[in-house]
Design a protein around this ligand. Structure first.
Ligand SMILES: Cc1cc2nc3c(=O)[nH]c(=O)nc-3n(C[C@H](O)[C@H](O)[C@H](O)COP(=O)(O)OP(=O)(O)OC[C@H]3O[C@@H](n4cnc5c(N)ncnc54)[C@H](O)[C@@H]3O)c2cc1C
Length: 311
């Protein structure tokens, strides 16, 4: 069992965590990143990233995150492959315990634990993640020019993403398990008016199929049990996200969906010295480029906070 003592600990090794680490290391804070067991974060699930500025050709999410990891190491960030299981944010320094039995004490903390997309959890799903199944239409819609796709969900996010997908796809099947949508009525009107969108009511996906990439889905009507095959090249899941904030809910102000509330134009939380960056505090955009920006903000704010304590 080890004890780590730091000026700054960052929880999470996604784009927000690495960006915070790089900025903090260059500011002389000798930060430690506790990576979690999903090293590199959610972006590692995608086969191709094109919208990250500076990329002149698409790279896999894994490669992009490996580069960020290496960049963090180059600046001396200490990266520990472990998971935080308990926090005490009432003490100074803050105390964190890890799954491997280690203890961390830190003057400031950046929480960059992300928000996990909800999955359907059906047998064939895992095989096609990054091979036709995506949880991010903004990120991956562009890859489906003139191809038929499906989107699963019935809330505002699903409606907005379905409409967005019509900019590229030849056809968008909106698969919804009920006979009415939860989306706002204005969005419902837009969906119904859009000739590319077909809402498939009372239906769930039972199976994905395709050789390497998805070429179709089997859907089941939950009222009639009738099964139908639909040819699609992509399936977007828009059934919600779960911010990874369970550990912090005792201490930090969260919004109704469980995201950490930060001050406007800031990554500060309701506890001095605790900052939140990336998807864990972003219920609106959930994009790597934005996570990277807020990671940098958090590191700068941590550095200023520590400097203010020294004077
Ligand atoms: C399929 C897919 C494709 C995408 N494509 C794009 C794209 O093309 N462009 C784009 O800009 N965005 C894309 N995104 C969105 C992007 O991946 C996210 O916005 C971004 O990863 C959020 O970064 P983050 O650092 O906030 O969190 P995450 O990337 O979710 O990282 C969270 C980190 O926290 C760690 N963690 C969680 N709990 C703990 C704990 N208890 N202890 C220690 N560590 C913990 C995890 O191990 C992980 O390392 C895509 C997302 C998906 C799912």
């Amino acid at each position: 069992m080890a004890e780590y003592v730091a000026k700054l600990i960052i929880i999470g090794s996604g784009p927000a965590g690495y960006s915070a680490g790089i900025y903090a290391a260059r500011a002389g804070l000798d930060p430690i990143i506790i990576s979690g067991f999903e090293v590199g974060g959610q972006l590692t699930m995608t086969a191709s990233v094109e919208n990250f500025p500076g990329l002149t050709q698409s790279v896999s999410g894994l490669e992009l995150m490996e580069r960020m990891h290496q960049q963090a190491l180059n600046f001396g960030v200490k990266i520990i492959n472990d998971r935080i299981t308990e926090v005490d944010l009432c003490t100074s320094p803050f105390v964190l315990s890890t799954e491997n039995g280690n203890c961390c004490k830190t003057q400031t903390l950046i929480i960059a634990t992300g928000a996990s997309a909800k999955w359907l959890n059906i047998e064939t799903e895992k095989r096609y993640i990054g091979r036709g199944i995506s949880t991010c239409a903004t990120c991956d819609g562009f890859f489906y020019k003139n191809k038929p796709v499906a989107i699963v969900g019935g809330g505002n996010s699903a409606a907005i993403e379905a409409l967005y997908l019509t900019n590229f796809a030849s056809k968008v099947y909106m698969i919804h398990r009920r006979d009415e949508l939860r989306a706002d009525s204005i969005l419902q009107q837009r969906l119904k008016k859009n000739p590319k969108i077909e809402i498939v009511w009372n239906s769930i996906i039972e199976e994905f199929f395709g050789r390497e990439d998805i070429s179709g889905i089997k859907i089941k009507n939950v009222l009639t049990d009738e099964r139908k095959l639909i040819d699609v090249s992509g399936v977007f899941l828009a059934i919600g996200h779960k911010p990874n904030t369970e550990l912090f809910k005792k201490y930090l102000d969260l919004d109704a969906d469980g995201y950490i509330i930060t001050r406007p134009k800031s990554t500060m939380t309701n506890i001095e010295g605790v900052f939140a960056a990336g998807d864990v505090q972003d219920n609106a955009f959930r994009q790597a480029v934005i996570a990277v920006g807020s990671g940098a903000m958090a590191a700068i704010e941590a550095q200023r906070y520590l400097a203010s304590k020294e004077t």
